[in-house]
Design a protein. Structure first.
Length: 382
């Protein structure tokens, strides 16, 4: 292709919800604004969030294809790979950019003249709950594909990049770190946000926004809530925004959750309601670089988080929250929430640092750096 001509980019995702959906929407819009031709292959059904991958995103694409791509490993992966192979043969992109583990495996198993870019959004081998056998199997697949079928692995945090190199043996020359970025947030006023969510107008509110899944640590949150219920009573509450199997994630039926936990459920454009909260809690077991960090930062909302990927380089480094040890024992996390509950001056200092840090984590910067990776790979081949 001639220098300066538009790139033909195929973006493949196994799931387009939560932070991955936000990333995809920002990337598609940004690449289209740069004049690139973007093709999008996404799952159908409840693994696609139509509130994020909406008509405005689809309008930016040269084509949008819904491909069944089951999360579980099984025989259905064969027709998924076959359909994706035929789609790529038809589109003949310059770049295939796959997102998350399953799409990363299927896309990189498709052979063609295109360059392969892979963004894991949290390598599965970062999961501390994996057995030794699971770690060996999943790590072996990621290592094999990372060394032989990946032109660039885009890590969204330095922690993820180090893990890819040191634990999986992927050459550093194939890894680039591009942190997620955030668009400006249009927040509701505090009172309006609380009224819309059905929350108490004056109580101290600890928010959770994310999938109701074991990875996200809902069971940890429940134990933190129990400790603080005994400690400070009804003056402090937890509000949960998200979707998924809450009973499985929390480790108990919904009716047995502590009295200070409010389950809100699905909220479209949840980040506009972050003004309802006094603190954001991120009890996850593992992450790549949580979008909810960035959205909280954009909202001026202090964070309490387990030490997952992204915590050191954003929450610690920018001093926008408190980071605690990543463990199931709730004492440290409850203590951090208690500290912010009791110290309004500290909350104010953390909130002011959010505004100072925001300009270093923009969606525009993420898109520009990703597009530069594409261009470099195409130029290397010509």
């Amino acid at each position: 292709m001639s220098p300066g001509s538009p790139l033909n980019v195929m973006i493949v995702a196994e799931a387009a919800a939560g932070g991955v959906a936000t990333h995809l929407a920002d990337l598609v819009r940004g690449l289209a604004a740069l004049g690139e031709h973007v093709h999008l292959a996404v799952p159908a059904g409840d693994r696609l969030d139509p509130a994020v991958i909406d008509a405005s995103v689809r309008h930016c694409c040269a084509s949008v294809t819904c491909l069944p791509m089951p999360r579980r490993i099984g025989w259905r992966d064969v027709p998924a790979w076959w359909n994706l192979s035929h789609l790529l043969a038809r589109v003949r992109p310059d770049i295939v950019h796959s997102h998350s583990s399953k799409a990363g495996v299927l896309a990189r198993a498709c052979r063609g003249p295109w360059r392969q870019v892979y963004t894991p959004h949290a390598l599965y081998t970062l999961n501390p709950s994996l057995s030794r056998l699971q770690r060996r199997v999943f790590g072996g697949v990621e290592a094999l594909l990372g060394r032989h079928r990946t032109d660039r692995l885009i890590a969204v945090s330095q922690t993820e990049a180090r893990h890819a190199q040191e634990s999986l043996g992927i050459p550093s020359s194939r890894i680039v770190t591009i942190p997620n970025g955030v668009q400006p947030v249009c927040l509701l006023g505090r009172d309006a946000a609380r009224a819309a969510l059905g929350l108490h107008p004056t109580r101290f509110m600890v928010g959770f926004v994310g999938r109701f899944a074991h990875q996200k640590g809902l069971d940890r949150l429940v134990r933190v809530a129990e400790l603080l219920q005994a400690d400070v009573g009804g003056a402090l509450e937890f509000a949960l925004i998200g979707t998924g199997d809450l009973q499985a994630a929390a480790g108990r039926p919904v009716e047995r959750l502590p009295a200070n936990v409010r389950v809100i459920g699905r909220v479209d454009h949840a980040r506009t309601y972050l003004s309802a909260f006094d603190v954001l809690l991120v009890p996850s077991r593992y992450e790549g670089f949580p979008y909810v960090y960035l959205e909280a930062m954009a909202a001026g909302l202090p964070i309490v988080t387990a030490r997952v990927a992204g915590a050191s380089e954003l929450v610690d480094a920018e001093q926008i929250g408190l980071v605690v040890v990543n463990q199931d024992d709730p004492q440290a996390m409850a203590g951090a929430v208690r500290t912010l509950y009791a110290n309004a001056a500290l909350r104010g200092r953390l909130a002011s640092r959010c505004a100072a840090a925001l300009g270093r984590y923009t969606a525009q910067a993420m898109v520009a750096r990703t597009a530069a990776v594409y261009r470099q790979l195409v130029e290397e081949r010509t």
